[in-house]
Ligand binder design. Structure first.
Ligand SMILES: Cc1cc2nc3c(=O)[nH]c(=O)nc-3n(C[C@H](O)[C@H](O)[C@H](O)COP(=O)(O)OP(=O)(O)OC[C@H]3O[C@@H](n4cnc5c(N)ncnc54)[C@H](O)[C@@H]3O)c2cc1C
Length: 486
């Protein structure tokens, strides 16, 4: 038998690590506190409506392909991917802008909004593609152990891209506020304000306009099912409904976990649960980071979510819809600078049944609404309801219909649910932001500095938030384990 490893949580990072470790001969057991696998990418079903409870944007298809190809497989062995065309639409106050499925279409739309803007857009995209290549080849697959990992002739030549911000770069080239919002949108996935995000992260714009927006038929949960199937085929055991209450430490080394059924002894422990929560499972003296440390990090937003079943097809909506018809700067300040419920929020609405009818009962529409919020806010039922009404009003106003009579049910999910369901620090939705001071070796590490044989993976460590980075994080953690324990 190989060495035994206990993995906490079954999010994408844990699933990824479990596959690599099992392939390399480890005896892997994954302990998940909830009844379902997938962590923040859980699925909720009701009356024939299927909802992804977390991620809905499938970006960077190359990273998913790379993951499955490491096991001699392809995504096509597990799920069907459709490229969305149009990719998404953005509602502004006076019009809806459509982002097409190719750069040509997007250039045409830019020209329509601001004549002459396709030229700087092509230049911007060339640089974004260059950043993407460097990010993938030279940066994101590094374990974040030392600043030297990032030093190469190519990164040295592009040092300026780490010290300017994406917001400054975009505003230098584009004056039209709609174009600025469109180009700033992709870096919101990194969890910080565009004005706090280094220029280098324009690789997210390449992920958006260059690589496109995809959808796994049946929803994002298909990816979880695919990874779990692969993991089982490699010998991984899953124990759901099994919260870990303690990480056992003997002679300064992690030696097992306490489950509701009792202690389980292992050679190694890897946690894919939120980093902050994981450290609370250790005696104080074995924790690397203080409460003050966590409190002073820039966290990605939390969210107010609604899962809504509609009895009829809606007019004027696409698979992905961004409601940027209010002041983004103001909402961003209410998330990052003065945490408070927003006065006039931006939000996102996803109707996957528009392109994937199987996700709703015949003739119905599956609706997922997301409003970003500062983590740690007080969250009350009346507040949730009031914002739901406002989002529905805005949907009606922008699409010229009345959707309320078609609502069969709506379920909400907010800060307190993120804490209860995922042990999320302050109810963050997608981890710790990628700012200059929270990048690579400056993020909490994959290996504990205080406890031997204890490793971490997931969106709070390297490389950062999002599904593709979580897949990479699992790979990086497993490589580090192999290096130290093979
Ligand atoms: C609303 C929302 C929208 C998003 N949209 C997108 C998107 O469109 N595209 C994209 O790429 N990314 C998106 N993300 C981000 C993406 O979902 C996450 O970055 C990713 O799923 C994180 O995976 P993870 O493995 O780090 O952690 P998680 O998914 O959080 O997994 C951690 C797991 O650990 C479990 N756990 C916690 N404590 C314990 C314990 N004591 N014992 C046992 N188990 C425990 C939790 O239950 C959870 O299952 C979104 C996230 C959210 C919440």
């Amino acid at each position: 038998m190989g060495k035994k490893v206990a993995i906490l949580g079954s999010g994408f990072a844990s699933l990824s690590a479990s596959c690599y470790l099992a392939r390399d001969g480890y005896e892997v057991t994954v302990y998940e506190k909830n009844e379902q696998l997938g962590g923040r990418a859980s699925q909720f079903s009701r009356d024939g409506f299927t909802f992804d409870m977390g991620p809905s944007w499938y970006w960077m298809p190359d990273i998913f392909e790379k993951f499955f190809s490491d096991f001699g497989k392809s995504t096509a062995d597990y799920y069907q991917l459709d490229r969305l065309d149009p990719a998404y639409q953005i509602f502004f106050k006076d019009e809806a802008v459509t982002i097409g499925g190719s750069l040509e279409q997007i250039c045409d739309e830019f020209e329509r909004i601001e004549p002459g803007s396709s030229k700087p857009l092509r230049r911007f995209m060339e640089r974004a593609a260059d950043n993407y290549r460097i990010a993938i080849e030279k940066m994101v697959y590094k374990p974040g152990r030392s600043p030297l990992e990032l030093v190469s002739a190519e990164t040295a030549l592009r040092l300026d891209r780490f010290f300017s911000t994406i917001s400054r770069d975009i505003r230098r080239e584009f004056k039209n506020p709609k174009l600025v919002s469109i180009l700033e949108f992709p870096v919101l996935f990194l969890g910080a304000k565009p004005s706090d995000t280094p220029s280098f992260y324009s690789f997210m714009n390449y992920a958006d306009f260059g690589l496109g927006t995809w959808h796994p038929r049946g929803g994002m949960y298909r990816i979880v099912e695919a990874m779990a199937e692969l993991a089982r085929s490699l010998g991984v055991t899953f124990k759901t409904g099994t919260p870990i209450a303690e990480i056992l430490v003997r002679d300064g080394k992690a030696c097992g976990v306490r489950t509701p059924q009792g202690e389980v002894f292992t050679d190694l422990v890897l946690s894919g649960a939120d980093y902050h929560h994981t450290e609370t499972l250790l005696p104080q003296s074995f924790r690397q980071f203080s409460e003050k440390y966590w409190d002073t990090r820039t966290f990605a937003p939390s969210s107010l979510l609604f899962f809504v079943g509609f009895d009829r097809k809606l007019q004027g909506v696409r698979h992905h819809n961004l409601f940027f018809d209010t002041d983004f700067e103001k909402h961003a300040r209410e998330i990052y600078d003065r945490p408070s419920w927003p006065e006039d929020p931006l939000f996102y609405a996803n109707f996957p049944s528009v392109t994937d009818p199987g996700m709703a009962p015949e003739g119905g529409e599956t609706g997922f609404f997301l409003m970003p919020l500062a983590p740690g806010l007080e969250d009350r039922p009346e507040l949730r309801e009031a914002y739901f009404e406002r989002m529905i009003d805005r949907l009606d106003q922008r699409t010229g219909q009345s959707v309320r009579p078609a609502i069969r049910f709506s379920e909400s999910f907010c800060v307190s649910d993120f804490i209860d369901r995922y042990n999320s620090y302050k109810g963050n939705a997608y981890g710790m932001a990628n700012t200059l001071r929270q990048t690579a070796f400056l993020r909490p590490g994959l290996k504990s500095r205080k406890v031997g044989s204890l490793y971490f993976t997931g969106q709070l460590t390297v490389p950062g938030p999002g599904v593709p980075p979580s897949l990479i994080s699992g790979k990086l953690a497993s490589e580090l384990i192999l290096k130290h324990h093979s």
